[in-house]
Design a binder for this molecule. Structure first.
Ligand code: NDP
Ligand code: 8X3
Length: 251
């Protein structure tokens, strides 16, 4: 039977690359994000390979999340694979200089948004005793770096939620996994530095960062293992990155 995957943050970076590799493996897709024109373009591109439905909502909007999931019609209703990917960093300031609006955004998107989507989808997985939830954490879920304070806290929360979800859901045959990437060259830094492209480019200078396709390939590997394998937790780094703070740059 064709599995159905629900991917949050499918309009760019890791989520978009995951949609592309899933489509190539004929996985039916529900693609989510705020930028509707991007969702439409991706749907148009992938519909020759698989069935694609788009849902245009902000994960911060609790009512919109539940409404969007409830609006799914056959054959998209039963979600087999949930990729909790939507997320971003906002700012890189010391705690005393941080902007509370940035903190709210990160907590609301990276933690509360992930929870709303999980709450909207997991009950039907429990009812069917079937499903896989894959949470995108970060090396920042395992380590903290200067200026990363709130972003790192949100990703530590994702790590905790990943473990908690697994404890709650494994008895129903549901797999729960996390992938924690190091530096991946996506729109992530552009968002973190609020459109300052020079500052964003500097993050990836002097070494080879990971690409979104590398993480997407790993996501596909994790969700395609045969039962009873559950790859619970993966830390994946570019070779030049030894830790959250140690990156070997050839500048
Ligand atoms: P991108 O900025 O390229 O993608 C972020 C995605 O999240 C976009 O599709 C965006 O869609 C979506 N998103 C952001 N805010 C919201 C929102 N409020 N509601 C709905 N969707 C939202 O970054 P990445 O692909 O790199 O990031 C994906 C995940 O990977 C994030 O959780 C990030 O923290 C994590 N990560 C990234 C790393 C990196 O170095 N790039 C490393 C480790 C982890 P739209 O704006 O259209 O809503
Ligand atoms: C994204 C990677 O190092 O910018 O989670 O936090 S990092």
């Amino acid at each position: 039977m064709t599995p159905t995957a629900f991917i949050t943050g499918a309009t760019s970076g890791i989520g978009k690359a995951t949609a592309e590799i899933f489509a190539a493996h004929q996985i039916r897709l529900v693609l989510c994000g705020r930028r509707k024109e991007r969702l439409l373009a991706l749907q148009e591109k992938l519909r020759t390979q698989t069935e694609v439905c788009i849902l245009n909502f902000d994960v911060r909007d609790k009512a919109a999340v539940f409404e969007a999931v409830a609006s799914l019609a056959e054959p998209f209703q039963n979600i087999d694979i949930l990729i909790n990917n939507a997320g971003n960093a906002h700012g890189l300031d010391s705690i005393h200089k941080g902007d509370p609006q940035d903190w709210d955004a990160m907590i609301d998107i990276n933690i509360k948004g992930l929870l709303y989507v999980t709450k909207a989808i997991s009950p039907q997985m429990v009812a069917r005793e079937k499903g896989h939830i894959l949470n995108i954490g970060s090396i920042s879920a395992k380590e903290v770096y200067a200026g990363g304070n709130v972003y790192c806290a949100t990703k530590h929360a994702v790590d905790a939620l990943n473990q908690g979800m697994r404890m709650d859901l494994s008895k129903y045959g549901i797999r729960v996994s996390a992938i924690h990437p190091g530096l991946v060259n996506t729109e992530f830094s552009e968002v973190r530095f609020k459109g300052d492209l020079d500052r964003a480019d500097n993050v990836y200078k002097g070494f080879q960062p990971l690409r979104a396709e590398h993480i997407a390939d790993l996501i596909h590997f994790v969700v395609s293992r045969p039962y009873p394998i559950n790859i619970a937790d993966v830390l994946v780094l570019p070779v030049a990155q030894a830790s959250g703070t140690q990156i070997h740059r050839d500048l």
